[in-house]
Design a protein around this ligand. Structure first.
Ligand SMILES: Cc1cc2nc3c(=O)[nH]c(=O)nc-3n(C[C@H](O)[C@H](O)[C@H](O)COP(=O)(O)OP(=O)(O)OC[C@H]3O[C@@H](n4cnc5c(N)ncnc54)[C@H](O)[C@@H]3O)c2cc1C
Length: 311
């Protein structure tokens, strides 16, 4: 273990992700406050932030950059149940925050029930779905840039969109959210409804990174999808395209397209990151051949090799 100015850096054989597979990190550190994060940034300005690992595939060869995980002060929250305001660290666990805000009778975050994430990862991905997106509750974000500058971004200056935020190059440290005081029982009931929808529509018990692809907006009509409103300009579920291309159950070794939800790729013991990428390449090629639609990956791939660096 290397210790630089009280920052303990160790090696991680496997970066923990929801896929449950993939490579490690040559250098890993837990950062608990702004000082430790600054020291990490000085040690490696190209560092990567690990959230909950729920949208992440790490290449089998691992990564060479410093990987940091936020805990302590960087994962704390302060909730004002009367005003409905929340100040929360980027390392906080989103499902735990949801439970706490629901318990305190604040409405809003229950719409994100069942999404595994850190708050930072949820903001970067603008996590959400059928019931809402995290951007709806954001007032401002606090971040540091790669050269160590701390700054604040107001909601209006953030380019939130469908599963994007334009924030990937920054390191988010905390955010301010505005929720609505409400009846705790009513909010809890809505959370239960959201959770039960997720349980019936997604393979929650299997190892995956959620949706592999973003839902594409069609550039042309697709005749085979007219029953599902497959007209130019409409956003259609990527899972529908994968399903209609006959790819449910398609497998590469121990990775397969889920039978429950075709946009989920699920892994079994023995799977490798290379298997996931190979399955992605097959699915992308076959959906392109069948429907003329190029799927865009939602899952973030960390790799030390080629094809444009993803953080
Ligand atoms: C079973 C399951 C269901 C899912 N359902 C949904 C769903 O309904 N809707 C949805 O949107 N997503 C869903 N997902 C995907 C995932 O939950 C989200 O993308 C989530 O936002 C990922 O957050 P994370 O903290 O795990 O990020 P990670 O996977 O750890 O990281 C993702 C990216 O965010 C970056 N990042 C993380 N924290 C920070 C930070 N503080 N500063 C800068 N960059 C950071 C990472 O470096 C990486 O590039 C699901 C995943 C699973 C496994």
């Amino acid at each position: 273990m290397l210790v630089t100015d009280a920052l303990a850096i160790s090696r991680l054989d496997h970066v923990p992700t929801w896929f449950g597979i993939g490579g490690g990190a040559e250098r890993f550190a837990t950062v608990r406050n702004a000082g430790e994060l600054n020291r990490a940034m000085e040690a490696d300005p190209a560092l990567r932030v690990l959230g909950d690992g729920a949208n992440l595939l790490v290449d089998d060869d691992g990564v060479s950059e410093l990987v940091v995980k936020m805990e302590g002060e960087l994962a704390d929250w302060v909730i004002d149940p009367v005003a409905g305001t929340v100040r929360v660290g980027a390392g906080a666990n989103l499902p735990k925050l949801i439970n706490e805000t629901v318990r305190q009778g604040l409405a809003g975050l229950e719409t994100l029930g069942g999404i595994p994430a850190s708050v930072g990862g949820a903001l970067v991905m603008n996590a959400g779905g059928k019931f809402g997106e995290i951007e709806q509750f954001v007032v401002r974000l606090h971040a540091i840039s790669r050269d160590g500058r701390e700054f604040t971004l107001e909601r209006k200056d953030i380019a939130f969109g469908y599963r994007r935020s334009g924030l990937k190059d920054l390191v988010l440290t905390s955010c301010d959210l505005q929720l609505a005081p409400d009846d705790a029982g009513a909010v809890r009931k809505r959370l239960k409804e959201v959770m039960s929808y997720k349980k019936t529509s997604q393979p929650m018990a299997e190892k995956s990174a959620g949706c592999t692809y973003k839902n594409p907006t069609l550039e042309h009509d697709i005749m085979d999808l007219h029953d599902a409103n497959g007209r130019a300009g409409r956003r259609v579920p990527a899972g529908l395209l994968i399903d209609r291309a006959g790819l449910k159950g398609l497998a590469v070794n121990a990775v397969s397209v889920s039978d429950v939800h075709a946009n989920f790729f699920v892994t079994r013991p023995g799977a490798t990151a290379r298997d996931v990428i190979s399955l992605m390449e097959q699915v992308e090629r076959r959906v392109l051949d069948r429907f003329g639609v190029q799927l865009e990956r939602e899952v973030v791939v960390w790799s030390r090799h080629g094809q444009g660096r993803q953080r």
